[in-house]
Structures are given as structure tokens and as C-alpha cells.
Design a protein around this ligand. Structure first.
Ligand code: URA
Length: 207
């Protein structure tokens, strides 16, 4: 499994804003959008393209279009904060949704929504999950995507824990992780330390 940690000064600045507990919600959303843009840009680096003719005001030349329509899958709720960046970069992408809630006692994900195309073979798939903590939610989502034929899924995460990376690695699934940081680890309630807190609450408010 390939893990790419984005090494860029603008990413570091946006991540600092996200970590700061005093960052207001509006700025948190905006920093997440900026950082998601950088991460998705990196995550889509290997997308196959096909050559297309294009006529400039001066000449005919060859351009490119994506070979297949990507599918972007935000893991609800917090993954929604990364979706506008995916829409902006890949306007033709299809959005699919996986709703997972974390059981606060077992820390295991429970599913409340699966709205995903039946056949994902031959489609590039990006899984948007800002916090790769235990890896439980991501793994659940990845197994669902694999069952529908997805391969080479790129997990786009903002903050990852070594435990989450190890869980994905142990799954043996054909995936790549693009993240802004791999933090120290999980605390006793499976939050990432130093992390940024509960990404869903900071984006949308505690429910
Ligand atoms: N989910 C979050 O939002 N934050 C964490 O630290 C772990 C899981």
C-alpha cells in the first residue's frame, strides 16, 4: 500500500488552522476546502487520460480528457467537508455516499446510508474521509467499494493515525492513501492526537 504525505507549505498552514481549537467554523470549513483541494490534486495525479484534438485561436493541437468519469465517495458526515473541493477540481465526477456513524463505546462504524453505483470496475474512485483514526470506517467503506468492483481506490485523508494506516495495510486491499499528516496515535477514546478534534462537529456543529 502506498502512503503519500503531502509536503507543502500551504498544506502545513491550512492544517495548522484546522488543528487550532480557536479557529471559528467558517474558517475551519474554508481551510478544509483548501487542504482538500491540495490533497485531491495529488490523489488524482495518476488518472488516465485520452488524447483529444483541440483548436486554439492559432492552431490545431492535442489536448486531454479523463479516460473515465471518477467517482468521489465522501464518508458522511465529515467527508462532506471535502466534497466541494472534489467538485471544483473534477466537475464531471459522480458523487456517491456512504453514511457511517461511530459507536462511541465500541468505536466500530455502523452504516446508515449506502448510495453507491452498482458497478465501479474501470472507474477511478476517491474515498474522502478527513480523519483516518482506527481505520474502521474507511475499511468498511473500502470493502463495500471493492464488492462493487472498485480497485486502486485512493483514500484522501487529512489527518491519519498510524493505527489507521496499519489497519488499511493489513487489509491487503489495493489502495493508496494521500494524507496531510500521520499523527502520533489514538487516545483512549480513539481520537487522533494531536489531531484536530471531531471533524464533523467542527464542520457542522455537535449534534
Ligand atoms: N474522527 C474525528 O473526527 N476525529 C478523530 O480524532 C477521530 C475520528
Amino acid at each position: 500500500m502506498q502512503v503519500d504525505v503531502l509536503d507543502h507549505p500551504l498544506a502545513a498552514v491550512a492544517l495548522t488552522l484546522l488543528r487550532d481549537e480557536t479557529t471559528p467554523r467558517v474558517s475551519f470549513r474554508s481551510a478544509l476546502h483548501d487542504l482538500a483541494t491540495m490533497l485531491i490534486y495529488e490523489a488524482t495525479r495518476g488518472l488516465p487520460t485520452v488524447a483529444v484534438p483541440v483548436t486554439t485561436p492559432l492552431a490545431e493541437t492535442t489536448g486531454a480528457r479523463l479516460a473515465a468519469e471518477p467517482v468521489v465517495v465522501p464518508v458522511l458526515r465529515a467527508g462532506l467537508g471535502m466534497l466541494p473541493a472534489a467538485h471544483a477540481l473534477i466537475p464531471d465526477a459522480v458523487s456517491a455516499f456512504i453514511g457511517l456513524a461511530r459507536d462511541e463505546e465500541t468505536f466500530q462504524p455502523t452504516v446508515y446510508l449506502e448510495s453507491v453505483p452498482a458497478d465501479l470496475s474501470e472507474r477511478p474512485v476517491l474515498l474522502l474521509d478527513p480523519m483516518l483514526a482506527t481505520g474502521g470506517s474507511a475499511l468498511h467503506a473500502l470493502r463495500l467499494l471493492a464488492a462493487r468492483g472498485a480497485s486502486g481506490v485512493v483514500v484522501v485523508s487529512v489527518v491519519s493515525a498510524p493505527e489507521g494506516i496499519a489497519a488499511l495495510e493489513a487489509s491487503g486491499l489495493d489502495i493508496r492513501v494521500v494524507t496531510a499528516t500521520v499523527d502520533e496515535g489514538l487516545n483512549e477514546t480513539a481520537y487522533i492526537v494531536p489531531g484536530l478534534g471531531d471533524a464533523g462537529d467542527r464542520l457542522f456543529g455537535a449534534v
